[in-house]
Design a protein around this ligand. Structure first.
Ligand code: AMP
Ligand code: ZN
Length: 112
């Protein structure tokens, strides 16, 4: 499958990794939107949040269980934002489920 984040998960495309285990990977965004901007992905291809089902949601729970330690590791002691863009209106550009972790400054309140 021609998927950028599957290639990053496989190690075929390099990334600035901050956390990995056998199920998930976290790496720094190549075009950071905040002083700290990390992406967390499942190694398995799930296209978007709209493709989460009862069968694969344990992986999403696992990502969220790892987010606190990832945030701590990259120095986000004062809070952060977790975002997933989904589909056309959500401006999702990479069609492999990923959660943005943003922080390192006081973010704006604008969510939309
Ligand atoms: P989204 O717009 O939610 O689909 O987010 C995709 C994100 O992937 C964007 O923030 C991009 O900057 C980021 N991105 C694209 N290519 C790479 C890459 N090779 N390494 C790290 N981040 C990337
Ligand atoms: Zn993929």
């Amino acid at each position: 499958m021609d998927c950028l984040f599957c290639k990053i998960a496989a190690g075929d495309i390099p990334s600035d990794k901050v956390y990995e285990d056998n199920q998930i990977l976290a790496f720094r965004d190549i075009n950071p939107q905040a002083p700290v901007h990390v992406l967390v992905i499942p190694r398995t291809h799930i296209a978007s949040a709209d493709e989460v089902t009862a069968d694969n949601s344990a992986l999403v729970a696992r990502i969220f269980a790892c987010i606190p330690q990832i945030a701590k590791k990259v120095g986000l002691a004062n809070g952060y934002r977790v975002i997933t863009n989904c589909g056309e209106d959500g401006c999702q550009s990479v069609k492999h489920l990923h959660f943005h972790i943003l922080g390192g400054k006081k973010l704006t309140e604008n969510m939309g």
